[in-house]
Design a protein around this ligand. Structure first.
Ligand code: NCD
Ligand code: ZN
Length: 475
């Protein structure tokens, strides 16, 4: 960087700037945490420093709606510094952390512990609070204290949080609808899965594919159908986590056509892996929902392209090597790390011609920013926005190497995969947190809660007359 005379902090020159609509050659001027100009070199204000990004593409940093940073509760699996360091290395500048920590993020005390742990974040973050039968009475208090959104574990998964009753879900939606707050749902049917799993175990199955047999697509179909009905009735905003099945896409299409405010994420594993990979990888690839037969892969891509699925998240779910490699599939912890590898994996697909770079930005940054009330501040490289930028070298090639991960979880189904295109520098609110593929440790703690910039405009609840008189508390 070259010192000039004082005006704005930094001008980035020579790069291609990518949005969901176009790629343009332009400079970006940054002052403090924000972008203050984008344009021709001649239109740039004088700056203290110039950063030459020739040959690179500047993408709005990825916004990952679904990570598990495990702290409080399971720091041997991950901590905020290792998880958010992994995010930064992967070009991810904002993450949303899930509440299946210990204690689960459903009380003010538990939230305080999480916010304390998150002081060690390299990247900006939102906190999904827990929506369950026991938390219904303090959703508003959790929002006031810093959660951005909620998560309902309708399908059982790591942490074994009980699925909310339908009654509690409906009441939660009734409370959150007028506030415009979106609820993430892990959409699988727990009772179907519990019975299937018990039968498979009784029959002596402990092989890799037994996990899929215990969680057939009908579990996802049933749960999406149920929660989208409750969301429609109340006007609540809904977000479907880790959509895995081709067979449940028609319900999303239908819900969107009915006017339900439903957003949907899928993950690289559902687009690119399947039962063939499960046979090779076994417990390393055990995840909820399971990766399915190869016939599901292509329809999920098509759903992203048509807008039925809105975004890519990672479901970054770190566990130790020991927890992932037990011989019996039922004893392998579900989930695996992903926040660090999503961008190189997806850019590789872009380089193969499977999607355009502008599509990728739509799925990785623009649509999540819109879903969580951040668009305008995040999700774009434009004047006024936070300078959250993934500097990408589309020509760079390499192999995913789990032993070099920042995440504590040094075990990944992507290990050994050839990638073409990767982030080389990452900037969060005007500050480089990664440069030349190296995490800058002095930036630990730079990440902030997005709650302060989040705006969720009030929706128009569809059925206020059905609940307002019964539910609104008079104080
Ligand atoms: C996640 C975890 O480990 O916390 N595991 C998983 O298999 N996806 C929980 C979840 O998101 O379901
Ligand atoms: Zn989940």
């Amino acid at each position: 960087m070259t010192p000039l005379h004082h005006k704005v902090d930094l001008v980035i020159s020579g790069a291609q700037i990518v949005s969901h609509e176009r790629i343009v050659s332009a400079c970006v001027a940054i002052h403090g945490e924000r972008i203050v100009a984008v344009g021709e070199p001649a239109a740039m204000p004088p700056s203290a420093h110039v950063f030459d990004a020739s040959g690179l593409h500047l993408l709005p940093g990825a916004i990952d709606s679904h990570v598990h940073f495990r702290d409080p509760g399971y720091p041997h699996k991950e901590t905020w510094s290792t998880g958010s360091g992994a995010a930064a290395m992967g070009g991810v500048t904002t993450v949303f952390d899930m509440p299946n920590t210990n204690p689960p993020t459903g009380t003010l005390d538990a939230l305080a512990l999480k916010l304390k742990a998150a002081e060690h974040s390299y990247v900006d973050f939102g906190i999904h609070g827990l929506l369950g039968d026991d938390t219904i009475d303090h959703l508003e208090a959790l929002l006031d204290a810093g959660v951005s959104s909620f998560k309902a574990f309708v399908g059982n998964t790591f942490g074994n949080l009980p699925a909310p009753s339908d009654g509690a879900l409906l009441e939660g939606f009734e409370k959150l609808a007028p506030l415009g707050i979106r609820t993430v749902v892990h959409a699988e049917n727990s009772s179907i899965m519990a019975r299937r799993q018990a039968q498979l175990i009784a029959a002596g199955r402990s092989d890799a594919l037994a996990h899929l047999a215990a969680r057939p697509a009908v579990c996802e179909i049933e749960a999406i159908s149920r929660v989208s009905i409750l969301a429609q009735w109340t006007g609540a905003r809904l977000h479907i986590a880790h959509h895995s099945a081709a067979d449940s896409l028609y319900l999303i299409e239908d819900a969107k056509a009915r006017g339900v405010d439903i957003t949907v994420e899928t993950c690289p594993q559902y687009l690119l892996l399947n039962t063939d990979s499960m046979l090779k990888l076994g417990g390393v690839l055990r995840v909820n929902p399971p990766v399915r037969e190869s016939r599901h892969n292509e329809p999920l891509w098509q759903a992203l392209k048509s807008g039925v699925i809105d975004m890519i998240a990672t479901d970054h779910a770190p566990h130790s090597i020991e927890e992932k490699t037990r011989p019996n599939i039922w004893e392998c912890d579900c989930g695996f790390p992903g926040v660090e590898t999503q961008m190189p994996i997806m850019l590789t697909e872009v380089n193969k011609g499977r999607a355009s770079l502008t599509d990728y930005v739509l799925w990785s940054s623009v649509n999540p920013a819109k879903a969580w009330g951040l668009y305008g501040i995040k999700g774009l490289i434009a004047t006024g926005a936070h300078a959250d930028i993934a500097f990408v070298d589309l020509k760079k090639t390499g192999l995913i190497n789990q032993s070099l991960f920042q995440t504590k979880a040094k075990i990944s189904p992507w290990h050994g995969r050839a990638v073409h295109g990767m982030p080389v520098h990452t900037m969060v609110r005007g500050r480089f947190v990664v440069q030349n593929g190296r995490l800058l440790e002095e930036t630990l703690g730079w990440g902030q809660n997005i709650k302060d910039v989040q705006t969720m405009p009030q929706p128009h609840p569809q059925n206020t007359e059905h609940y307002s008189s019964a539910m609104v508390k008079t104080q």
